[in-house]
Unconditional design. Structure first.
Length: 251
């Protein structure tokens, strides 16, 4: 099996969260501009990528990024209305999409109403339409880039500890009701995240240093430890998350 796992992934340690956002914005710009045809991204939610989205809404990126041939999907979302402060789609819309010339049809938010399982199946159908098939094929990645974060409990996307979705082998999208976080969520599953050229983990702050060490060591109890990509995985982290903050010895 080709591809990469979280233990062998490359790690880029940067000074600050702003430097992490800058690095990822430049990476996305380079890959999107070099891509032939449609460039497909799965966006992450939570607080860490906000700096990235705000940066890409600024002139240096807003005027040069190929918005017209980029398709934006979500790695996960909380099953709440878009105007909720906890909505990832609402967050990205207000920080990024409201400020750049992206065609509305290129934005694919996760559904936020109805039965969660029906919503997951409908988003799965959206992805299969974009892919052009309902079976993932090795060597034909669905995503060019999947952006992921890391929770202090080891979750990534909405792949939370102790949840049935962690065992999902066939569904592309599933719902999850975490026992340690608010809201029902929709999430991409491990197999569909693996159908990627690049998986980028954005992790910042000393509060993530311990869980990041466990995941980098492949601790099976951490959901993020099981992330794979048919392409490459990169950890884009700051000194705090690398345990290199003031007074900490580092890795
Ligand atoms: C979400 C995210 C989730 C996030 C982690 C880290 O919807 O919450 O997609 O997986 O990446 O919870 O969140 P922070 O960046 O806020 O620490």
């Amino acid at each position: 099996m080709g591809g990469q796992d979280v233990m062998t992934a490359r790690e880029v340690v940067l000074e600050t969260p702003d430097a992490v956002a800058q690095y990822v914005a430049d990476f996305l710009m380079e890959k999107a501009c070099a891509a032939q045809g449609v460039f497909r991204i799965a966006l992450s939610g939570g607080s860490t990528p906000r700096k990235l989205y705000a940066l890409m809404a600024k002139a240096g990126y807003a005027g040069r990024f190929p918005w017209d041939r980029t398709e934006f999907f979500y790695g996960d979302d909380r099953f709440v209305p878009a105007d909720s402060p906890d909505s990832n789609r609402g967050m990205v819309q207000s920080i990024l999409f409201a400020h750049v010339p992206v065609p509305p049809e290129n934005i694919h938010p996760m559904p936020d109403r109805g039965e969660p399982d029906d919503a997951a199946r409908s988003y799965e159908a959206d992805l299969q339409r974009a892919y052009g098939a309902d079976t993932l094929v090795a060597g034909k990645p669905l995503f060019d880039v999947v952006l992921l974060g890391l929770g202090e409990n080891g979750h990534t996307a909405s792949l939370f500890p102790r949840q049935p979705v962690l065992k999902e082998k066939t569904r592309w999208v599933a719902f999850c009701v975490p026992d340690d976080a608010p809201h029902t969520r929709l999430t991409l599953t491990y197999p569909v995240i693996a159908s990627s050229r690049h998986v980028l983990f954005l992790v910042t702050g000393p509060s993530k240093a311990d869980v990041l060490s466990r995941v980098r060591a492949g601790d099976p109890a951490e959901p993020a430890s099981h992330i794979r990509s048919d392409g490459e995985i990169m950890w884009i982290i700051d000194r705090g998350a690398a345990g290199q903050a003031e007074g900490k010895t580092g890795r």
